[in-house]
Design a protein around this ligand. Structure first.
Ligand SMILES: [Mg+2]
Length: 267
């Protein structure tokens, strides 16, 4: 009798298990098939500094006042800057800027302006930063060698920015170049801009000797110059730069656009 009871119990348990398995099979898999797979590096913690996280933190202005690219990220930043991703990211920024700009209605007084930073926004200093002595910002900034590079006036245009510049002109915007470059570099800057396709602008604002002597931070200097523009009756509808100090502060404009630059930080 006891044997018979055990037999029935085993049979009941087996039937329940089979029924549960059938229910489980009918529930769809809610986890994406790209979930980290065991036995691969995906999803595992990368030892040391995660350079993608570092770059994201830099671009989001979560890390500030940094002086050099971490040594372990030199190759990562180099590959990013020389590779396709930097160009794609830049194009996304200027593409977004154009989508915004083309839907605006401009005044008829010619006072609607778009502010462009110059270095690593309109002109690219990548040929300079790609040299072993600068190592994409992994070596400390060298004012002497950078000045030599600047004076050569051979920086190429950042293609995404030149594209935006041409379209904004067609839409009727006035262009204002606002740069931390010294006034003494006006001639070489004009020469360089012309050479690569920036041929027309309302104003080219460089840092005067007095402003240089004041020792203002870029953010303060650019804020002041933009405020002067507004006082002169200009409406800053857009503003683009590669540094947070280009797009923060006073009278930044109705919309600001930040281009990527993981090579250096200017306060
Ligand atoms: Mg810049």
């Amino acid at each position: 009798m006891e044997t018979l009871k055990l037999l029935f119990l085993s049979l009941a348990l087996a039937l329940t298990a089979a029924s549960n398995a059938a229910t489980a099979r009918s529930i769809p898999d809610h986890i994406h098939p790209l979930r980290p797979q065991l036995g691969t590096s995906a999803g595992r913690r990368i030892p040391g500094l995660n350079c993608l996280s570092w770059r994201l933190a830099v671009e989001a202005d979560n890390i500030q006042d940094w002086t050099v690219v971490p040594k372990e990220c030199e190759n990562y930043v180099g590959n990013y800057m020389l590779g396709l991703q930097y160009r794609i990211d830049s194009k996304f920024v200027t593409g977004s800027a154009y989508l915004y700009a083309k839907n605006l209605t401009l005044g008829k007084d010619g006072k609607d302006v778009w502010v462009f930073d110059i270095d690593d926004t309109s002109l690219s200093n990548l040929p300079y930063y790609a040299q072993p002595d600068t190592a994409f910002g992994a070596k400390p900034y060298n004012d002497t060698t950078f000045t030599v590079w600047e004076k050569q006036a051979k920086a190429p245009a950042l293609p995404a920015t030149l594209w935006l510049y041409k379209r904004l002109l067609r839409l009727g915007f006035k262009i204002v170049f606002l740069t931390g470059r010294s006034e003494t570099f006006r001639a070489v800057t004009v020469q360089n801009l012309h050479k690569v396709g920036y041929t027309k602008w309302e104003k080219l604002i460089l840092k005067s000797a007095e402003e240089k002597a004041e020792g203002l931070h870029a953010l303060q200097y650019k804020s002041r110059e933009r405020t002067n523009l507004v006082k002169a009756g200009y409406r800053i509808l857009g503003n683009i730069g590669d540094q947070w100090s280009d797009v923060l502060g006073d009278n930044v404009g109705s919309r600001t656009f930040k281009l990527p630059n993981p090579m250096f930080y200017i306060a």
